[in-house]
Write a protein that binds this ligand. Structure first.
Ligand code: ADP
Ligand code: 5GP
Length: 215
């Protein structure tokens, strides 16, 4: 590995603030946000190729068969998946990549990319979660109930994540995430080039018979 970016997975309860946090992260950092494929219909204001690539079930199933997805999952009756090529290309250019995906996908990424960092976003309380979902105004009360049931299931996956981020004050949550991503770069796996150069330098000095000569 000569140069690789940090791969970050962000999951969390619906309404916890993932979308809002991602906007904040992109506002002052040069992260690449992966655009997923989905079979769900676009919501009002969503554009193909911006929020998602909106594809048919047939096309999605073809992409799975042709191994074009890093991970995929079925969520609320629709397929969602991360296209492989864009993510791999950006990582190999050394760019940091963000995936905003649900927990089953998060677990697949963890297996495939052991150096990925997995973040789980939670709200400060259940009441605040409900108030945010209602306040967003994009779901009916019945859909909100279904999302709460989904949330109750997702809680069991949190222990498999690396970090839990409470999104109480937005700016603080964003600051913490930027710090976590930055701290990945001092892990040995991201320092391989420096370590190799240093190792060659040390071997060279040992071999050059320069050591032990001074005084
Ligand atoms: P998610 O993408 O996790 O479903 P959103 O980013 O859409 O959640 O946020 C849900 C609602 O909560 C939005 O109306 C958003 O403006 C609001 N919100 C997000 N973060 C905060 C925060 N830290 N404090 C108060 N409201 C927030
Ligand atoms: P929504 O329909 O509200 O946009 O997204 C529903 C859920 O699908 C969210 O939890 C979102 O994080 C997740 N999701 C979006 N894209 C992907 C993806 O590529 N893979 C997986 N596994 N989940 C995704």
């Amino acid at each position: 590995m000569s140069k690789t970016g940090v791969l970050t997975v962000m999951s969390g309860f619906s309404g916890a603030g993932k979308g809002t946090i991602v906007k904040g992260l992109l506002a002052d950092h040069d992260y690449y946000l992966s655009i997923s494929c989905t079979t769900r219909a676009p919501r009002e204001g969503e554009e193909n190729g911006r929020e998602y690539f909106f594809v048919t079930r047939e096309e999605f199933e073809r992409m799975i068969r042709d191994n074009e997805m890093i991970e995929w999952a079925e969520y609320a009756g629709n397929y969602y998946g991360t296209p492989k090529k864009a993510v791999e290309d950006r990582l190999s250019e050394g760019k940091d990549v963000l995936l905003e995906i649900e927990v089953q996908g998060g677990m697949q990424v963890k297996k495939l990319f052991p150096n990925a960092v997995l973040l789980f976003v939670i709200p400060p309380s259940a009441e605040e979660l409900l108030s945010r979902l209602r306040g967003r105004g994009t779901e009916t009360e019945e859909q909100i109930r279904l999302r709460f049931e989904q949330t109750a299931r997702e809680i069991h996956y949190i222990k498999d994540y690396d970090y839990v981020i409470t999104n109480d004050e937005l700016d603080k949550a964003i600051e913490k995430i930027n710090a976590i991503i930055d701290s990945q770069r001092v892990k040995p796996v991201f320092q391989e080039d420096s370590i190799q150069a240093l190792s060659q330098g040390i071997t060279h000095l040992i071999d050059s018979s320069e050591l032990g000569k001074k005084d």
